[in-house]
Design a protein around this ligand. Sequence first.
Ligand SMILES: NC(=O)CCC(=O)C(=O)O
Length: 237
Amino acid sequence: MVLPELWTTGAFAYDKFATEAEPLDGPTYEAMAKAASDAGVWLHAGSIPERAASDSGSAAGEGPLYNTSLVFSPSGELAASYRKIHRFGFDKGEAVLMGAGSELVTVRLPETTVGVATCYDLRFPELFRSLVTAGAETLVIPAGWPERRRPHWTLLAQARAVENQAYVLACGTAGTHAGVPQAGHSIVVDPWGEVLAEAGTGEEILTVEFDPGKVAATREQFPALKDRVLGLEPPRH
Ligand SMILES: NC(=O)CCC(=O)C(=O)O
């Protein structure tokens, strides 16, 4: 199960990031750990505004903020957390308010290895290539993507699937966040680039069954990933 980005505050509700921020193991962590174990499922619980502990040991609440995703196992254990690496700089909000993550995160499930990214990360193919190099076969992307740029959302989700020969599960917010209409349109794309399921603009539960073995089969039948040329030099002039 996958939830969207910053659903506890609203993706574009910059004024709420600091006031609604939680430590990693705060109330949302508790509720989502219980939800995962009650349902007995792997749960990517979307992201929260995380208030990290202060390095300097000063009073609680003064550490940096991060846009942090949480992934729980079916027993309710935290399997992984991921701090969004590419902050949305367009209107300064996130890039000013949040710190940047610096670590790639993959999670081994029994059926597939998941690579984790968040929203704006979708625009940066090198992140996904690094995740695939680290073993990812399924790319999971919670997002708060605006309706205004919905064509980019579906195009980029398909592009990341095709170029990496991986499943893409991208879950977007619905409704209006701080005056910005959201795209919704959560989407599941297979390693060949075919859209297996796509939601509408409104709130919706999207259910899809997929074959994790299709990643290896696609990579074997059409081995484009093996033909990469790495380490190209910049032009000399
Ligand atoms: N929440 C986000 O990262 C917004 C990204 C976005 O609107 C875009 O890339 O376009």
